[in-house]
Design a protein around this ligand. Sequence first.
Ligand SMILES: Cc1cc2nc3c(=O)[nH]c(=O)nc-3n(C[C@H](O)[C@H](O)[C@H](O)COP(=O)(O)OP(=O)(O)OC[C@H]3O[C@@H](n4cnc5c(N)ncnc54)[C@H](O)[C@@H]3O)c2cc1C
Length: 485
Amino acid sequence: MEKASPELRKRCRRLNKRRVKLKDAEYIFCWIQQNLRANDNPIIDAAVAAGNKYRLPVVVYHALGHGYPHANARIHRFILEGSRSLAPAVEQRGLRFISYVERPEKMEKGLVYRLAERAALMVTDDIPAYVARWQAESVANKTRCPVIAVDANCLVPMNEFPKQLSRNKYFRRAQTPLREKYLEAKTELEPDVSRYEGEFDFEPDDLSILDLDELIGNCEIDHSVKPVEYFKGSRARALEQLKWACENVLPDYDRARTNSSHPHNGSKLSPYLHFGQLSVREIVREVRQNSKPKQTNWKFLDELLSWREFFHHTARHSAEPSAYSFLPDWSRKTLEEHAVERSELSTPPLNDIIHGETYDETWNAAQKQYVLDAWMPNNIRMYWGKTLVGWMKSPQEAWYTACYLNDRFSLDGRDPATYGNIGWCFGKINYPRRETKIYGTVGRPSDTAMKKRTGVKEWIIAQAKREVDRVEVPDSVEPFNKLTS
Ligand SMILES: Cc1cc2nc3c(=O)[nH]c(=O)nc-3n(C[C@H](O)[C@H](O)[C@H](O)COP(=O)(O)OP(=O)(O)OC[C@H]3O[C@@H](n4cnc5c(N)ncnc54)[C@H](O)[C@@H]3O)c2cc1C
């Protein structure tokens, strides 16, 4: 019988204190919220280990509601393509897979709770930001079965660091020696119990036969933010992207990533990491095997393993990473001290901001990339985020506008890396600089310096030529989290 290894157990965190009740239990309930892969997925492995222990089959469930913040056709399409390829891969592991897509003609109430009623135990994603975090906590409070959150996002589980490390240099130092252990850990546990063949009290959706355009067309979401051609959400497409990155991006990573015009200025793996079609571990293994020279690999792996996982760590130790209160006291204080200067600002209208039609051509080029491509190179994101710090009538409004634009348009948005990096633009894990107007001691962007960087001028010209689709414009930007202060 295959059991949970110590490495797998370290990924698991109990979200409530309910006891396992085996009487009448029909299965172990594996609720995948975001990690859309069947292989190297510790959430599924934890469910299989529990199934083997309690002699119960595993039911893997993925659902897509239409009420999540920023619900739009772009995000819906990417998720559903991922979910469509997840189904057969889960079944191939001998597990039952069911899925549900909410839409007006098919509204199910409390499905997670109904499915949990019949389970001995539930496992789900441990994600420190956005909807998956609140949902897991809320379900754990209300359901009668034990709920275990499993970290399937990081190579080294967040649970390894119970105390907050304030800087990446401390985090990197603590995390690096643990990497090999988790790279080697056994995955893909075999179920001992055969597939669950029972019935459910609703008709699961079969994404392999549903027309995704029609299905998405019927969902009550924002259809003005359209899917992008480049990013398709299937597992096969994610693996293709990884292969492309190893062959083309990694060999010149150091140099190309700071050149916005370079076709290889990033692996573009972030959407697949956010929605979990790829595991960090498989990326690391692939990079080590298939990409040379080692020097550029180091930089890439530092972004992937240190920075990305540091921001997961930071989000885990914060009450709500998307809230303004996520920012450090010193930066909020200095920004608020300079708030009066903001009254003189001519903030561009929200319509012009959203469509990249402001007076700042560099910023416009960046915003156009978010709207049209659902992705942007890292150095451009820095300028984009820092500019927003100084545009709004209050620092709170600036924070929520930056989060709103990033979360709504970028496929990798709504991530711990989103709030960590936008936070960096607002002074988080950053140092106070020379005091200036509006920004106080928060570092300000320089358009002149930006334009001197390799590739930026050409990149601005290229973006300026692009026609932006008109998207819906709200009256104002409202924070979606519960901690708005
Ligand atoms: C204002 C601003 C907003 C950002 N918003 C997001 C976001 O919403 N989601 C997101 O994943 N990243 C975000 N980043 C970080 C970074 O820009 C993106 O991760 C990167 O551009 C994604 O492209 P890539 O996959 O080609 O990255 P690569 O350069 O190929 O790097 C490989 C992977 O390493 C990780 N990574 C790289 N840079 C960083 C970083 N600075 N912080 C954390 N992880 C990193 C990502 O997972 C990335 O996919 C933001 C940065 C800034 C300055």
